[in-house]
Design a protein around this ligand. Structure first.
Ligand code: ADP
Length: 186
């Protein structure tokens, strides 16, 4: 099973990705987590992406694509994966297509979590407080939503045209949403 989960920041992608991945026995691969771990460990990559991630901007496609290609080459991703937070631009869509084509593979489904923007901003402010994500100020959160709308929302249509899109309402209790997703993917 090769899946992508799409949705605006705060749609609950990370939580649902972990659950869906466990359900299907595949690794959940989050580019955001990879970047955060590198920043925390002070790696060269971490230093490169620290400023841009803190401001809410996107890391360059070149850096991001290379990281994903590396990660997908690891053994645990051989039978499938769930990508969370990637692809985020049409350039990344093309890069992922090329990576998969090399191994004659394709995507099974692209899951899009739909949520209301105000609900999402509220959720993110709460998460920033609980998780101590000090970079998640309201300005940064609003900027992230705007960037998502501009750069990533068009991917919903791209995958829709390929007949891969499964849209699920991301509003509601976490368990409810998980159930909706599992049903929609089964
Ligand atoms: P969010 O806070 O929106 O849930 P993530 O945890 O997925 O975001 O990612 C955190 C940050 O890492 C993003 O704001 C962005 O700067 C960077 N990032 C993650 N994935 C990508 C990607 N596919 N392309 C470019 N930048 C990315």
């Amino acid at each position: 099973m090769r899946l992508i989960i799409l949705g605006p920041p705060g749609a609950g992608k990370g939580t649902q990705a972990a659950r869906i991945a466990e359900h299907f026995g595949i690794p959940a691969i989050s580019t955001g987590d990879i970047f955060r771990a590198n920043i925390k460990n002070g790696t060269e990559l971490g230093k490169q992406v620290q400023e841009i991630t803190a401001s809410g901007g996107y890391v360059s496609d070149d850096i991001t694509n290379a990281i994903v290609e590396d990660r997908l080459a690891q053994d645990d991703a051989a039978e499938g994966f769930l990508l969370d937070g990637y692809p985020r631009t049409t350039g990344q869509v093309a890069a992922l297509d090329a990576m998969l084509a090399k191994s004659d593979l394709g995507l099974d489904k692209v899951l899009a979590l739909t949520v209301d923007e105000d609900a999402v901003v509220e959720r993110l402010l709460k998460r920033a407080e609980i998780e101590g994500r000090v970079d998640d100020t309201e300005d940064v959160i609003r900027e992230r939503q705007a960037i998502y709308r501009r750069e990533t929302a068009p991917l919903v249509e791209v995958y829709g045209e390929r007949g891969l899109l499964v849209e699920v309402d991301g509003l509601g209790a976490m368990d409810e949403v998980t159930e909706r997703i599992v049903t929609a993917l089964s």
